[in-house]
Design a protein around this ligand. Structure first.
Ligand code: ADP
Ligand code: NA
Length: 340
């Protein structure tokens, strides 16, 4: 029996953080037993904003090391980088010609990332969501674990899959793919930390590009840095509520409690049963201890793995050849239905 196929990616843009870990990487680990998983270091996405070439090479290895250090088994699952499987770029071109400008114009991430100087954004940044659709559809993946910020892109990927199935319905029917060619991918967005917020500003998500190092915990932070950042994290002056309803309109409190719950593998109400009524100073000490216990072994293992870049590159090359084996026949069929 075939296990459902999962695809997801992380950009090698440096500063891997707690949001990437809780919103994406821990979920990747959890899906391993029941799914066939492709976890991709999406370097083609990373260059939609300029990357220093040497840093890009390093960051690609760093994300790979993070995947493995967090518990993804590269012998059972496929860990690879996007630029090594040319089908991503080839399918993305076809999907560029399926997706509509009006659809891309609605993408909020482009507006955020392009900022005010939109005329000066790369063309790649604009069509990024089409490449993301290609990443998933190239493997006929059906499940995509992501943080909440990717929800709109997943909806677009479904629209692109649907329109491709319609546009090429004639050749799809002739080739006898019952029910259409591209499966419509399902986002998997779940758990208490699908949108981890900045420690400095409760209205912004924790992000790699935030200029303030205090805004995020990086996976490579040591115990002192973790404790300092949590201590300095913004909160309101009230003690912790004892019920989840009490977190409404308290974005900073909600964020820290969601992080605690996700790190512990429980839910917010379980954390509030233990800490409801406690002052934040006390809760923050407990959170720093838990975060240190969970994250520092991952940072240590990442450093150990990164000391042997040849081995990391070998793992990526092995992953790429296994990814090719799935992608190549799907790309060949796709070209066939397009009429190439
Ligand atoms: P970033 O958004 O940090 O530049 P990526 O675009 O590479 O990183 O995202 C990798 C994964 O991490 C995606 O699934 C994304 O949804 C998730 N992610 C990113 N930031 C957060 C966050 N603050 N909270 C939860 N998940 C996040
Ligand atoms: Na993102």
């Amino acid at each position: 029996k075939h296990k459902p196929r999962v695809f997801s990616g992380v950009q090698p843009t440096g500063n891997l953080h707690l949001g990437n870990y809780l919103g994406a990487i821990t979920r990747f680990v959890a899906l391993q037993d029941e799914h066939e998983c492709l976890y991709c270091v999406v370097d083609l996405h990373a260059i939609t904003v300029f990357q220093d070439p040497d840093e890009l090479t390093h960051n690609t290895r760093e994300v790979t090391a993070a995947f493995i250090a967090a518990g993804i088994d590269p012998t059972r699952q496929i860990i690879f980088n996007q630029s090594q499987v040319s089908g991503h770029a080839e399918l993305a071109w076809i999907l560029n010609c399926v997706a509509r400008l009006g659809w891309l114009n609605r993408m909020t991430q482009f507006k955020e990332k392009a900022g005010k100087d939109r005329e000066n954004a790369s063309a790649g940044l604009y069509v990024y969501p089409n490449l993301m659709a290609a990443d998933i559809l190239l493997y006929h993946a059906t499940h995509v674990p992501v943080g909440e910020d990717q929800k709109q892109h997943l909806e677009l990927a479904r629209d692109i899959a649907q329109k491709s199935n319609n546009d090429f319905a004639k050749t799809i029917a002739r080739a006898d793919y019952p029910g259409g060619f591209f499966p419509l991918p399902e986002p998997l967005i779940a758990g208490p930390a699908t949108r981890v917020m900045s420690f400095r500003d409760g209205t912004k998500k924790m992000s790699k590009s935030d200029p303030s190092d205090l805004s995020r915990i990086n996976l490579t932070d040591d115990a002192d840095a973790i404790a300092k950042k949590i201590k300095k994290a913004k909160t309101d002056p009230e003690p912790l509520p004892s019920e989840v309803e009490g977190l409404e309109a308290r974005a900073e409190a909600d964020n820290l409690i969601g992080i605690y719950a996700a790190l512990q593998g429980t839910q917010k109400d379980v954390v509030l049963r233990q800490y409801g009524g406690a002052p934040f100073s006390k809760f923050k000490e407990a959170l720093a201890e838990l975060a240190t216990e969970k994250l520092t072994p991952i940072g240590d293992e990442m450093r150990r793995l990164l000391a042997d870049p040849v081995e990391i590159d070998r793992i990526l090359a092995d992953g790429a050849s296994r990814a090719h084996a799935i992608a190549d026949p799907i790309l060949a069929k796709t070209k066939d239905i397009v009429g190439f």
